[in-house]
Design a protein around this ligand. Structure first.
Ligand SMILES: [Zn+2]
Length: 124
């Protein structure tokens, strides 16, 4: 497998039952297998998951229905370092022990802090 691209992709979801709307960010790895076929791997909060746009995959957080429409609204790709450059010992930045330790300490950047939907229920 060859890693072709790493990206963050934001999806907007709309429940077809209660019309609740929300957004969530996913981390994706776009790879190419040994036959040249493209494959996508999805992660949310660092945990592998299935494609959130798949039928019945995403549940409405308000009513629990699985009839949810999903739409890709934003994406940001991180370039992948070419193999030739990655194998060059003089390229790249060498992380200090303090940087590595700091990365292990900080909490994960949550994938779902973007609830822009207005609940369509009474109250509040
Ligand atoms: Zn709903």
């Amino acid at each position: 497998m060859i890693l072709k691209e790493v990206s963050v992709e934001r999806f907007a979801f709309t429940c077809q039952g209660c019309w609740h709307e929300w957004q969530a960010d996913y981390d994706l790895q776009h790879v190419e297998d040994s036959y040249g076929h493209a494959k996508d791997y999805f992660f949310r909060d660092g945990v592998r998951c299935t494609d959130p746009t798949g039928a019945g995959v995403t549940l409405c957080p308000q009513c629990g229905r699985s009839t949810v429409s999903a739409r890709l609204t934003h994406r940001r790709a991180t370039p992948v370092v070419p193999a030739a450059e990655a194998s060059n010992p003089d390229s790249g930045e060498r992380p200090t022990a303090a940087q590595t330790a700091a990365r292990a300490r900080v909490p994960i950047l949550p994938a779902e802090k973007l609830d822009t939907g207005t609940p369509h229920t009474s109250g509040e």
